[in-house]
Write a protein that binds this ligand. Sequence first.
Ligand SMILES: Nc1ncnc2c1ncn2[C@@H]1O[C@H](COP(=O)(O)OP(=O)(O)OP(=O)(O)O)[C@@H](O)[C@H]1O
Ligand SMILES: [Mg+2]
Length: 275
Amino acid sequence: MAAFTFTASSLFGSRITEPLTLISSKSPSMLNFKRTPIIKISCDYSCLEVKDIHYRPPGTQINLLNGVSFSLPEKSFGLIFGQSGSGKTTLLQLLAGLSKPTSGSIFIQSYTDDVKPTQSPKSLVPERVGIVFQFPERYFVADNVLDEVTFGWPRQRGGPQLKEHLVLNLQRAFNWVGLNGVSLDKDPHSLSGGYKRRLALAVQLAQVPDLLILDEPLAGLDWKARADVVKLLKHLKKELTILVVSHDLKELEELVDRSWRMEMGGFLREEHLVV
Ligand SMILES: Nc1ncnc2c1ncn2[C@@H]1O[C@H](COP(=O)(O)OP(=O)(O)OP(=O)(O)O)[C@@H](O)[C@H]1O
Ligand SMILES: [Mg+2]
């Protein structure tokens, strides 16, 4: 079984516009003033863009989020921190499509390497967002690992091609989170704390998400499991765009590319970590 059969989202990626020319070190004469084609590498990239989000739940009088804006480039790690009750989870719920902003927009924009938009923005589709809630193990629904990951997958319909596709997805998700050694028959509730979090992540990675969101991924774990989850996130960061809400700034610091503080009243400000 291949360790990674990962296919990057078509929204994300870089491309080489002209073929690379290699010059052998064994032919030094070739280095002397011989004209070689110029190598031009274009690095288009995508960003999650959140613009001026306000959110007031139906039937309430106050905004929980007030003019929240930020961008998160592909394959980078964003961290939101801030006081309890400031609106962090509320923002994650909007990004996951679980509730709709009262105003403002959330989209994915591609840019050229000199920061010019390449095409019209695309919506962030809820089906392409993975979200791992706080204490995800509380919401496990199955009594074995396989059913937990494949819960909700099509069972009756679909031919061999679809089934093969689903199996490959499953293998990839298990490889990514390092669950290969765990028996598929095992009761999810009998796993260690760190492995429960790995399983919760595998559920979200069965499809490669455009955005992976984690709400307090280290909460409630012992020191060993916390170190385990940090290591896992470091590994996932190479392939995915990740947004985390956490109070554990010190442990996550080395992963963070961009960080913001959510202030009481739902105001988000960019703030570099000083821990
Ligand atoms: N549906 C709702 N209607 C009214 N108020 C709500 C609703 N959902 C959340 N709130 C309130 O919105 C505020 C922000 O809640 P939220 O859960 O987003 O905070 P948080 O920053 O994630 O806090 P914590 O760090 O404790 O998880 C809180 O005051 C909460 O009571
Ligand atoms: Mg919260």
